[in-house]
Design a protein around this ligand. Structure first.
Ligand SMILES: [Zn+2]
Length: 96
């Protein structure tokens, strides 16, 4: 989940750099809908689960959120789980 948060934040930074945000706004401005500019609630900022909770659309204007963010977060989430399970399996090898 931590890796998904990092990837989600990096996606946000790339989007804001591309959109011409200042450094302060890029790092500290609250996440908002790119259509209606309304602030996104904390629950909907959770990677993977936030997209599923919102059913892929803004809670204010009901316009769709690009699925590319969800796919990137999901891929990183699955890879992170795989790496964690590999680490647990390998670490249990050494303790037996
Ligand atoms: Zn919106």
């Amino acid at each position: 989940m931590a890796c998904s948060c990092i990837i989600s934040f990096l996606q946000l930074c790339f989007y804001r750099i591309k959109s011409g945000f200042s450094l302060v706004d890029m790092l500290f401005k609250a996440s908002h809908c790119e259509h209606c500019n309304s602030k996104i609630g904390a629950l909907f900022l959770i990677p993977v689960f936030g997209f599923m909770l919102s059913e892929g659309s803004c809670q204010h204007c009901n316009k769709s959120i690009s699925v590319k963010y969800f796919i990137a977060e999901l891929c990183i989430f699955i890879i992170s789980l795989y790496v964690c399970f590999q680490f647990i399996i390998k670490s249990s090898y050494f303790t037996i």
